[in-house]
Design a binder for this molecule. Structure first.
Ligand SMILES: [Zn+2]
Length: 514
């Protein structure tokens, strides 16, 4: 099946217009950097990083750009509140954003253009739009005249009057039509300002994306992405400006990802908002779950559907994350156990497991998995379906290990080891397309903390020696024997209370968190 992608503009799935080997340009609207990144800021980057990974896997050469809005009303207000400059605040929050991306293994973004680095380009586009009659200057501002753009509203499939009724529109007496939007805003004293033919001012938000995408990726983008909440007015306005400027289509595919969905402890739909005190910053979420789990959580449903955080009693310190994330952490343990099993059977870490290109086994459950994974991804990047295939594959690989007793050196049927390793290698390959690493520091297999691993090994050794000593006492009624066995149980129970599970296996005792 060829790759099909849903476009918001045509409102249907269409065959992707390019062939593997060709260059693909992808632009996704990035953050306004005035506050630390919250979970919502990661949805688009994780999804489109995965889109790039899959296109790259198919052989496309993708250039992926995400802009940083580093001048905006919100930044000006926030910088004043904090007693800092817009520039300093923007730099600090950009660093936070980049750090969050790194923790979620979002590695595919090639460039992060800053709005303030592209002011001359924005002024040039505004001059062209004014010359063509699409824009006009008024009292230090510049506005786009939506009545001059015949197909304004085509992305949202609504006429301009409906769009106006459905959104808050800033009314000023400078505008010709209520729906006209600012390309340039004359500055008030004390605000950041750049010189322009219309006096000192700063760009509007929409023009930033039109200019930066054109500067870095050309007049027609292959994919323009962003959250569903940006469809109007932001994307409609980007489209209007760009197509009025260039006369050619702005984007071949418009992809919009679903938004986060949350319920309060009573089960009522809730918003994530500063005023409610339930904005989940990425840094706080990462204290509860590793980056890999967060990424898995964002990819386990289809990107166009809402991402369900589930119920969250956010005022209760005992529930620092929504239950949707807790469930994702539990589901992810299936992968952690497999990674642990691979390490015990192969003697090397999962990360070091070399990829076996073709699954050299006659087992259909393995040979079909790659194809089924691709069918889901070819169907408008259905990561939810692809994750389902991964779980089935893990079950098949576990079954091979279990049936052949591969983790018991004394009883193992080692002729099954190549099939097991081929399956594990396939899991690594397919999980890599989703950007899941299963690296130790990203999972609860040691948490990357050597001291914790050392302390746990100490307790395991202590428990084992108690048990061995107890076994040496022949009489089952001997009180010393009972005390020793009781102590081994206490160690197991107390660790379980701390969230550490001990697993007695043929090759020795292991542990995992959760
Ligand atoms: Zn944008």
């Amino acid at each position: 099946m060829p790759l099909n992608v849903y476009s918001t503009l045509s409102r249907k799935k269409e065959p992707f217009h390019k062939k593997p080997g060709e260059a693909v340009s992808m632009y996704v609207c990035g953050p306004t950097v005035y506050k630390p990144s919250h979970i919502g800021h990661m949805v688009g980057p994780v999804i489109f990083d995965t889109v790039k990974r899959y296109l790259t896997y198919l052989g496309y050469k993708v250039t992926f750009v995400v802009n940083i809005t580093d001048v905006d009303d919100k930044l000006i207000v926030r910088a004043k509140e904090l007693g800092t400059t817009v520039k300093e605040l923007a730099e600090k929050m950009t660093a936070d954003y980049l750090d969050c991306l790194k923790k979620l293994n979002v590695t595919g973004i090639d460039e992060f253009p800053r709005a303030t680095d592209h002011i001359p380009g924005m002024i040039a586009m505004m001059e062209r739009l004014i010359a063509k009659g699409y824009a006009y200057a008024a009292g230090g501002d510049v506005y786009f005249d939506i009545s001059k753009d015949e197909d304004y509203g085509k992305l949202c499939n609504r006429d301009p009057e409906q769009l106006e009724a459905g959104s808050r529109i800033e009314v000023t007496d400078k505008k010709r039509n209520p729906g006209d939007f600012a390309l340039w805003k004359g500055s008030k004293p004390g605000e950041p300002a750049w010189e322009s033919p219309w006096g000192p001012g700063r760009p509007g938000w929409h023009i930033e994306c039109s200019v930066m995408s054109q500067a870095l990726l050309g007049k027609t983008l292959d994919i323009h992405g962003g959250g569903l909440d940006l469809q109007f007015p932001h994307h409609e306005n980007e489209l209007a400006q760009s197509e009025s400027d260039t006369g050619v289509p702005f984007a071949r595919f418009w992809m919009h990802n679903g938004l986060l969905k949350l319920k309060d402890k009573e089960g009522n739909e809730a918003k994530m908002a500063g005023s409610l005190g339930n904005v989940l910053n990425v840094a706080d979420a990462l204290k509860q779950v590793p980056g890999d789990v967060l990424r898995f959580f964002l990819l386990k449903s289809h990107y166009r559907t809402p991402i369900d955080l589930g119920i969250w009693d956010w005022k209760n310190p005992a529930t620092p994350i929504p239950n949707g994330m807790v469930e994702a952490r539990k589901a992810y343990q299936t992968f952690e156990r497999l990674v642990d099993l691979v390490q015990r059977i192969s003697g090397s870490t999962f990360a070091d497991l070399s990829l076996i290109p073709a699954v050299t086994t006659d087992r259909p459950e393995l040979t079909n998995a790659r194809q089924r994974f691709r069918e889901h991804m070819d169907d408008d990047f259905n990561t939810g379906g692809a994750v389902g295939v991964l779980f089935e594959l893990v079950n098949s690989v576990n079954k091979i290990a279990h049936d052949a007793k591969l983790d018991d050196p004394a009883k193992a049927n080692n002729s099954e080891k190549p099939a097991f390793l081929a399956g594990a290698s396939l899991i690594k390959e397919l999980a890599g397309i989703l950007g899941l690493t299963f690296r130790a520091e990203q999972t609860s297999l040691g948490g990357g903390n050597e001291m914790i691993a050392g302390l746990l090994q100490l307790l395991i050794d202590l428990r084992n020696s108690l048990r061995n000593e107890a076994k040496k006492i022949a009489s089952k009624d001997d009180p010393a024997r009972k005390v020793m066995f009781d102590q081994t149980d206490v160690i197991r129970k107390r660790l379980a209370e701390l969230g550490v599970t001990l697993e007695d296996r043929p090759g020795g005792t292991g542990w995992r968190i959760g």
